[in-house]
Design a protein around this ligand. Sequence first.
Ligand code: ZN
Length: 512
Amino acid sequence: MKFQKRFVPLLLALVLTLGTLPVQAAALTRGEAAQALLSAAQDYNPGVQRSDILKGYPDGSLALDGTLTRAQALVMLTRAFGGFAIPVGDNARMALPASSLTNVPAWAAEELSSVLAAGLADGDANEAMSAEALSALLRRAYAAKGTNLRDDYYAAVNKSWLDGSDIPAGLSINGPFYGLSLTVNEQIAAQQVQALLADYLSRTYVDEYFSAKAKSDVEEMIGEFIAIYKERILAQDWMSAETKAKAVKKLDTMGVKVGYPDSWESCLDRAEIKSPAEGGSFFSNVIAIQMAMKQDVLAHQNDAPDKSEWIMTPFTVNACYNPSANDITFPAAILQSPLYDVNASREENLGGIGYIIAHEITHAFDNNGAKFDENGSAADWWTAEDYAAFQQKCQAVAEWYDGQEAYPGIACSGALTISENVADLGAAKCIVAAAKKLDHPDLDKLFRAVANTWASTTSRQMREYLAVTDVHAPDKLRCNRVLQTLPEFYTTYGIRPGDGMWTAPETRVSVW
Ligand SMILES: [Zn+2]
């Protein structure tokens, strides 16, 4: 992928940094749009000329000063990029239906067919287009092509996986259960074992799939990250020494749970489970297990909270920070390929499990975690001034994500996803800092591992549902929007103004 952009009009550089600026409502002219599209499309359709994009009106006029409408913009986009293929794999399910574009004028209908089939168009075809609106269309075009990592990093790195992905509509599962087709009975059985016999399943799972080497390796990584966090906190110029000392204390006392609990003691040991030969049935065994669980709760009801207790099972592919215990948990099941591999390079593990670990540590200092102290008690440990500065930074994070599209027509809510985004941004800084401690770190490997970590697929309906309910940003933004805050990302790939991934340095956000 050679860098072929011969020139970069100022217009496009401005257009692509609008994420955190006020909406630029002024309509573009046809001439301005042609110039921006010409530059943007060079990597995809080399040799395309302005006359190819701007065919003008029947009387021969190019109407360069005419106001750009959405229909015109889409026609010009199709011409500039040489058309769009009908999406396959993941992309097919992210596409907008052709009916999302309304009031299509007769003259444009034929030329719009590829952009409509690719699912990139919505809105009123007669609407005047601002620079920001054109920029949004361009981002969709970059994603649909998926061939230039300087324009859409996630789409380009994961292109073959995304094109080949095939999970039935309605499922959001990625990772180890991918490709598993279960009958209904098998699914019920699997769910029941996980819910009722979790303690026993956990032991079996850990014996079978988890190594002592993985545990010690990940514990070491966590120790290193906590040290980096201390350095980072002490280096913040917006925080007083008083608040910094409290934050460091929170790090020093943070509980770390890796793989599996220290004790395998289980209330299941006291449940009377009987095989059918012994006269037991599924029903009688469920009752016996439920009774043992209830008796266990009653027996401990007056005890002090047990901080060694796990709130996730070792066979869960997930991780968490628990603010009311001030601890982080990484079950055995998440410590496996592709997120973590004892044989992978350090950079790949940093971009995979490293990102997840640092994300959980940052939760101690996101807008929710900030309200709990080192003991897990709800407490205000900030000076008023520091807390105001912190809130201002969180607000900038909300704006950095708000309105960003991971899929055509589905915008991210900055307010809904703020705490997870603060954690992601802090994580990215931490893993890059860890990589920079290596001799000649290969940051390309690290960034690619980040893109691979978040490669996921699901139905468009599920994406729409998650956009209004999930506190996490869509997976694509957990790669692209996060990496766009790192100067090292721009230098690694030579990303410059005019590239889709470019953002102006003064607009990039950071909390930790
Ligand atoms: Zn999180």
